[in-house]
Write a protein that binds this ligand. Structure first.
Ligand code: NAD
Ligand code: UGA
Length: 468
């Protein structure tokens, strides 16, 4: 019979483990939830008395304030939390491998394996082990083999796949009312019982018709498929944006007209300077690697093109800036507004902004960056990684971090919108104009500004996906 879950452990207190399990704690006061991580600084931040949490996510602080200390705990004591739990989420990072077999494509499963081995070494009773991390298809099988080979007698492990579909910036809303919760299990009676145990946790707030239960491998693959298809929509619309710019069509109008078809739908069709974030590129490359490993080169090439189109879009946008500024930006001040990969997050992983600044740096521009959320230390880390072999002090000669839009734009020849932060819409653009060199250029990589109003002020405006 299904076990009634009373204690949950989550290994990994990151962007997924933190918000996901904090919401479980909030919605299930009868379940004790302990989120553990090896990173002491991160755990300390989750525990900070003034709620200076390690990630910025609207609504998260409120959730943590309500549940922390009641039935939600953050700790570095991984073993204790494993020992006590009946259900363990594995929510560790699965970055793209940087070296070895599959470098640049395959997921690095080292963290998942270490967490799995720890569970096997420590557990003294039956556990339901849930893959929350995004992993290649059939990873659950490797986890089961590791667990079974290393477990104590009389310990049984049931493995579930329960991929996470939250998007950063809307994580709490997504978790409160998810489109669906997906649970994959073996179709044995033990597997189905475990699946039911986890479904019962979610059923505390998610309508049961939104809780989908499927086979393990379908669940794992569905996560990669969902991200690949979402990213594919963006690459499709970005490919069309290039045609718009060359013809005088307007991508906003095209996307609106296309999205009105109920089979296509209006969401996720916003042309941009390119998608970023920790997952789209990583998960597609993972799918490409999987396809190649399965001797399906045509399938691999198909998905790879989604990433290539994204790289093209970023390069194309940077080139538009240089070309428009009379083919040189050497020594010119360029204000880059936004460093996060999307609005309402402080996360910068794979942000298009990084690629743009790298390109402007190579053109010897003087880049002035402003972002309302991202820590300066993070920006320097990202730029030193993106511009290898260059000490941060050399980068600082060309890149300045500014405390406001106005200061970033002071004396600049061009403003580049890289992230769709709402505050960029609310800026007093006439005042910005008065502080800039003339002619003053605006490059809207996110289609958020009123191009006509800016043109009236005197700006020369280039909007992604809009012909002149
Ligand atoms: P993250 O890097 O923010 O967090 C992972 C955490 O796991 C880190 O704090 C790390 O210290 C910890 N960790 C690693 N190994 C550990 C171990 N053995 N024991 C204890 N702690 C350990 O990563 P994330 O963004 O939360 O992503 C986690 C997974 O979820 C990835 O597989 C990702 O693809 C997937 N995912 C992410 C998102 C997202 O929006 N970020 C959304 C859906 C799915
Ligand atoms: C994405 C998915 O939306 C989530 O469902 C998934 O769980 C998550 O990846 C994951 O697996 O990590 P996330 O990367 O947080 O979430 O954010 P998105 O809203 O998907 O945006 C990704 C990137 O695409 C951003 O750079 C965004 O600006 C860009 N984007 C998005 C566009 O350029 N156009 C759009 O129409 C939508």
């Amino acid at each position: 019979a299904p076990v009634k879950v009373s204690k949950i452990c989550c290994i990994g207190a990151g962007y997924v483990g933190g918000p996901t399990c904090a919401v479980i704690a909030l919605k299930c006061p009868h379940i004790q939830v302990t989120i553990v991580d090896l990173n002491q600084a991160r755990v300390d931040a989750w525990n900070s008395p003034d709620f200076k949490l390690p990630i910025y996510e609207p609504g998260l602080e409120d959730v943590v304030r309500q549940a922390r200390g009641r039935n939600l705990f953050f700790s570095t004591n991984v073993d204790k939390a494993i020992l006590e739990a009946d259900l363990i989420f594995v929510s560790v990072n699965t970055p793209t491998k940087k070296s070895g077999v599959g470098a640049g494509f395959a997921a690095d499963l080292n963290y998942v394996e270490l967490a799995t081995r720890r569970i096997a070494a420590v557990a003294e009773s039956n556990k339901i082990v849930v893959e929350k991390s995004t992993v290649p298809c059939r990873t659950a099988e490797s986890m089961r083999t590791i667990l079974e080979a290393n477990s104590k007698p009389n310990c049984r492990f049931d493995i579930l796949s329960n991929p996470e579909f939250l998007a950063e910036g809307t994580a709490i809303a997504d978790l409160f009312s998810p489109d669906r919760v997906l649970i994959g299990s073996l179709q044995t009676s033990e597997g189905l019982d475990a699946s039911k145990s986890l479904a019962d946790v979610y059923a505390n707030w998610v309508p049961t018709e939104r809780i989908l239960t499927v086979g393990l491998w379908s669940s794992e693959l569905s996560k990669l498929a969902a991200n690949a298809m979402l990213a594919q929509r963006i690459s499709s619309v970005n490919a069309l944006s290039a045609i718009c710019e060359a013809t005088g069509a307007n991508i906003d109008e095209v996307a609106h007209a296309v999205g009105f078809d109920s089979r296509i739908g209006p969401k996720f069709l916003r042309a941009s300077v390119g998608f970023g974030g920790s997952c789209f590129q990583k998960d597609i490359l993972n799918l490409v690697y999987l396809s190649e490993s399965l001797h399906l080169p045509e399938v691999a090439a198909y998905w790879r093109q989604v990433v290539e189109m994204n790289e093209y879009q970023k390069r194309r946008f940077a080139k538009t800036v240089v070309d428009t500024l009379f083919k040189t930006i050497t020594g010119k001040r360029i204000a880059v507004l936004g460093f996060a990969f999307k609005a309402d997050t402080g996360d910068t992983r794979e942000s298009a902004s990084i690629t743009l600044i790298k390109d402007f740096y190579a053109e010897k521009a003087l880049v002035r960056v402003y972002d309302p959320q991202v820590e300066h230390e993070q920006i320097w880390m990202d730029l030193t990684e993106a511009i290898p072999g260059t000490p941060v002090d050399s980068i600082k000669k060309q890149v300045t971090l500014c405390p406001s839009v106005l200061e970033a734009c002071e004396g600049a020849e061009a403003v580049v919108i890289a992230t769709e932060w709402k505050e960029f819409k609310e800026v007093d653009w006439a005042q910005v104009y008065s502080k800039m060199e003339k002619p003053a250029f605006v490059f809207d990589g996110r289609m958020i500004l009123d191009a006509d109003a800016l043109t009236k002020i005197g700006f020369k405006v280039t909007t992604i996906g809009r012909g002149s």
